[in-house]
Design a protein around this ligand. Structure first.
Ligand code: HEM
Length: 395
């Protein structure tokens, strides 16, 4: 395919800037350079919604198998996230039963509600508490442990493993120290899975691990373990960060909180929260052949980065996209859960766990919650983004 334009190259944007606050940069890129090779990220960034959608929805042209990422090294195996076509489908389907609406409703939601009440009840009323540590992280960890079938793991273990695997998978500097931490997580996860295999074989159930183990035509054990690990790496941060973002959005917009509470619009608050600050901000795809986007020539093997964080604020789709507005007149569809064959497998369960269960329980228990000092709220992240500190007065 021929094209008139070559991709411009940026040498000024830094990873530190993106980590601190990428949104002003994306706003500028959408206007001036929607297709831009950013040297610091070593990728061609796509910031317009139409382009990110095109890439993700066209797997024939764009592969998820980006060989330049350290994910395989960090997870000790190729996970389903980096596979295409039939191979990807087979592995995804192996645990799909655990994510079906019926299983979510019958098997997981009763547990989640119990955990949500218990974790909210143990929060100290009248005190300032960092919800990141005290609620959002542990709740996300417990929900995932239940769904995967590894109830034996503690919340602390799940969170440490998740962080270690994510940092390993993002270890583009190939630092030994980060891989040592992810290696330890791999060892501990493998040991736990080995130790609970007999239980799941003796008592088959709808958890992801049990369904994979008891399948008629099971995928190799190495792949079961790999995909449990990608779920651990990808299933804790996002519900945790989504929850914190939505709490922040509502507490800083009391009129919206009042309306959401009155109308029971927690599902709307959830969607707006993850549109506003997408917990997974970016994804990578590799061009399988020469292709053209917005008149630019994307050569075969070029790694393009779809910035869903930016797509979700695109002026073509949203007025005041930079604002948190639960009652916006242009609510969607956002791209926070991705698009196409790799659409987030956990999207339904995350919507329920956070939007339907945790938010109403938390705001019912602490209707006068507030953030005493906005300066104490810390936002961070280029690949994954959320508040790393959310001190709230529980009232
Ligand atoms: C608000 C919460 C969540 C958000 C915003 C989110 C976002 C995403 C996104 C954007 C992707 C696609 C990445 C890509 O296209 O390369 C993805 C994939 C995935 N997510 Fe989520 N996620 C969330 C929660 C969860 C949970 C709770 C689980 C597990 C219980 C989960 C499991 C997965 C898996 C297994 C994949 C890989 C799917 C595949 O490659 O076929 N996610 N997620």
């Amino acid at each position: 395919m021929t094209s008139t334009k070559t991709i411009p190259v940026d040498e000024e944007i830094t990873l530190a800037q993106l980590d601190t606050d990428p949104y002003p940069i994306y706003q500028r890129l959408r206007k001036e350079n929607p297709v831009l090779h950013v040297k610091a990220a070593r990728r061609t960034m796509l910031t317009k919604a139409e382009d990110t959608r095109f890439v993700k929805a066209t797997p024939d042209l764009f592969s998820t198998n980006d060989p330049s990422t350290p994910m395989k090294r960090a997870m000790w195996s190729h996970t389903l996230m980096r596979k295409d076509g039939q191979e990807h489908r087979r592995e995804r389907m192996a645990m799909n039963g655990a994510f079906s609406p019926k299983v979510i409703a019958n098997d997981w939601l009763p547990h989640y509600e119990k955990v949500a009440r218990e974790y909210v009840d143990r929060l100290p009323k009248g005190e300032v508490v960092d919800l990141f540590d005290a609620l959002s992280g542990p709740y996300a960890a417990r929900g995932l442990a239940i769904l995967l079938g590894m109830d034996e793991a503690t919340d602390e273990q799940m969170q440490e493993w998740s962080q270690a695997l994510i940092e390993g998978a993002g270890n583009f500097g190939w630092q030994d120290k980060l891989f040592e931490r992810s290696d330890l997580a791999n060892e501990q996860i493998h040991a736990l899975l080995d130790s609970i295999t007999d239980r799941h074989l003796a008592q088959p159930n709808n958890s992801a691990f049990s369904l994979m183990l008891n399948a008629e035509n099971p995928i190799p054990k190495k792949q079961m373990y790999a995909n449990i690990k990608i779920a651990i790496g990808g299933g804790i941060n996002e519900p945790r960060d989504a929850l914190n973002t939505i709490i922040y959005g509502l507490l800083t917009n009391p009129d919206q909180l009042e309306a959401v509470t009155r109308n029971n619009d927690w599902d709307k608050a959830f969607e707006e929260g993850i549109r506003w600050v997408a917990p997974i901000q970016v994804s990578s795809r590799v061009a399988k052949e020469d292709v053209e986007i917005r008149g630019y020539h994307i050569p075969k093997d070029e790694v393009v980065m779809t910035i869903q964080a930016s797509a979700n604020r695109d002026e073509d789709l949203y007025q005041n996209g930079e604002e948190f507005d639960v009652y916006r007149t242009d609510p969607g569809p956002h791209q926070a859960f991705g698009i196409g064959p790799h659409l987030c497998q956990g999207n339904r369960v995350a919507r329920k766990a956070v939007g339907e269960i945790m938010l109403p329980i938390l705001f019912e228990r602490f209707p006068n919650m507030r953030i005493p000092d906005l300066d104490q709220v810390v936002w961070k992240g280029f690949g994954f983004r959320g508040t790393t500190q959310l001190p709230v007065l529980l009232a």
